[in-house]
Structures are given as C-alpha cells and as structure tokens.
Write a protein that binds this ligand. Sequence first.
Ligand code: DOR
Ligand code: ZN
Ligand code: ZN
Length: 438
Amino acid sequence: MPVDLLLSNGIVIVEGREAVRSVGVSSGKIDGVYDVGSEPAATERIDCEGLYILPGAIDIHVHLRDLGESDKETFETGTRAAAAGGVTTVVDMPNSKPPILGKEDLEGKIACAEIDRYVNVGFYAGIPKKAADFDKTMLPQILGMKVYPHAPLDKGTRYTKKRALECMKLSAQHNIPLLLHPDAAPRTKKSKTLSDYLLLHSCESEVKSLKMFLSVRDQVRGRLHVCHVSCGTTARLIAENRAEETLTAEVTPHHLFLSGGGFTHKDGTAKMLPPLRSPYDNVALLEGLTKTCTIDCVASDHAPHRKDEKTVSFLEAEAGTPGLETTVPLMLTEVFKGNISWIDYLRFCCSGPAKILNIHGKGVLTQGYDADIVVVAKEEWKIRGADFHSMAKVTPFEGRPVSARPMITIVEGNVVYDRGEFLVDPGMVGRVPVRKVW
Ligand code: DOR
Ligand code: ZN
Ligand code: ZN
C-alpha cells in the first residue's frame, strides 16, 4: 500500500542528532521514518532535501480573541499565524470577550474555531467567583482551568488563600491542571508612571502569588502549571518545589531573549504582563529551561492587540505581544547557534507541552503519532511585524535576525501551508477541540 504523502530526504532528529531520513504519512498519522532508499511507494511526494522535518510546535498559551474582540484577532487569522509559524496545535486562553466561564460561551467559541481553524485548537476555562458553580459539563472539552487574577476573567474576585485553595481543589478533583498567571498586584491600583507599573508587577509580586498557590497545592496534591515565568527568583522557587507530576512551568521567548533595558518604553511595543525583566533574568530562565529542567516548555503568550492600542504611550497601551510567528524561528535559531540542543528543543516546544496537558498522540515525530509536522529551512531572515499573518503587527522582536524559517506546515496529514500559501480553506483541517486523555 503506498503511503499518502512522503517527505523525502529531509533532516530528521534521531536520538538527538541530525540524520537524513524520509517521513511517510497515511490517514493523518505518521506511517514511519525511513532510511533513504527504503521508503514505501507514495501517492504524493515532497522533496525535503536540505530541509528539517520536525514535529509541529504545540503552543499551550495563546489568546486567539475573536467573538467580541475580532478587531484584534480572529480564529482564522490567529490559526493562519500558527500554521505559518510552524505551530500545529494551540490552546486558547479564556480571558476573552465573553470570558469562558460556562458551557454556552465555550460552545460558542468552539463553533467559531471549528469554522475558521487552520490548526488544532484546544481550550481552557476560567473558574467562576463561586468555585462550586463551575460547570462540569465543560470538562471533556477543556485541557485546563485558568487563574488570571485580572478582569475580565476574574473580575471582582480577590485572590486570597481560601480562593486559591478552592481553585486548586477543583482542578485536582477533576484531574486537570490549574494554570496560574502569577501576579499578586492589587487589581484596583492604577500605575501613574513606568516605575509604578514595574513595581506593581514586580518579581516579588510574581513570587508572592506563586508561593500562595504552592502552599495550597501541597494540601490537595493538585497539578499546578505556572504560566510565563519571567524572573530568576520565580524559577528558583519552582526548582525548590519541583515535582514533575504536580508542578510544571512555561517561559515565553520574549522573557527569554529580551530585557526591559533594551526598550525606550515610549509606547507599548514592549509592554506585556509580566513585564520584560533584566538580563540576569534572561540567563536564569534559559538555565531553568535547558540546564536544571525547572521549566518544562516554551509558550508564546500570543496576545494580539490593535496597532493603535500599542502605539500610544506606555501607560495607555495594552499589554501583550504576538508570538505565534516568532517562537519557532527564535528557538531554532538558538539550536542552530549551538545554545540549545535538539533534544531540549523537541522537549520544550513539542513533546513537553503535550505531556503537561495530557494530549495523546501529538508532539513526537514517530510512527503512529498524528502527522503534525513542520518543514523548516535553515535560512537567514529578519522578523518583520508587517509580514505577520496575525492581525497584530507590533512586535518587540522587530528587525531581529533569525536563521530558521518554517516552509511547510502539515496538520493531521494535510499540507496546510506551503511557503507563504495556504492550501486549504479555513475549517477543513485540525482538531477542535483538542481533548485530553481521561
Ligand atoms: O501581556 C499580556 N496580555 N499578559 C496577559 O496576561 C494577558 C494578555 C492579553 O490577554 O492581552
Ligand atoms: Zn498571563
Ligand atoms: Zn496570556
């Protein structure tokens, strides 16, 4: 039987090393990774000579907006950005308009994503003010519960130890991770100056918030996932409490590679939450990711905003930056520079995120796994926001040289994106919602 698609003569990572192989795909799954010359017959063939054949990245922290915020991003533009960026699975955050706190709003979002998707899309839900009111019928359709201690998701909810315990208990009871945006800043406080803002959302605040959740995690043995760790001190706290089954963490490329001192902060280009920190934090985070295994994965926190919301003064600007089209190029550039090993890259961009959320059959390029693949060229280019498929064009990585470019993106066996062109219509390819294994 011929395979549906053969990616021939590409560079595949075998036991941590580059090796020339071909990859066969049939019925949406990886049929095999073959030595050159031993490939089966194929209905379709793509010559990948000189190109890297890798598992598509899994980005477990994105804000795809749409619905009441389709002026910022839609499922169509956001998942096009993912496909163009070599990301084959995204997991969407619930601080949307409307916020995802019940089945009806979740189903509305799923219906919207089904029509407009280009990649696999999973979802999270928030926890209502009264945790006991959590709508359990959402559980088969979500991959985690999110604590975002700011409006609109948690409007008016105070994050006391009691509330943290309720959230942790609820997620533990349903064997689903609790994702924490760690920040203890009082929600009512408004910053009048840049230093106000930085003090309000300081490393101390990040650590304080995490400490509170760690203390309650120990009581219920729930699974806590720390979003966008931005400080060396937070990484140290995680290392001290490390337990793979109950404490996991992610880092964004902007917190790994950028520091606040590199920007004027005249406008909102480099405004995000948590804020950019110091070069010391950059080093500590990279160590946490690659040396001490404190941080399990890289996630973009793709947070699109309109250009006019980013180009006003820093204090007036919205916080957040697009990341779906820069994560894979930035991370692979570090691999090509020799700063990150292939094994680490595959762990924290592909298999690690799948493991955290209990997503079965994704994140590894091996027989029987879903054929979610990206073909990458080792090529020098510069990041330009204007070229993004995302509606958000303002990036703090503007002009940064990178040396990896996603060329072809395959989702469950279908070629979705090929060198700037989209080969399928929206809503035809990709799983919505991505479910966990129960
Ligand atoms: O910078 C951020 N933007 N941080 C967040 O936690 C939320 C996000 C957004 O939704 O815009
Ligand atoms: Zn966050
Ligand atoms: Zn976020």
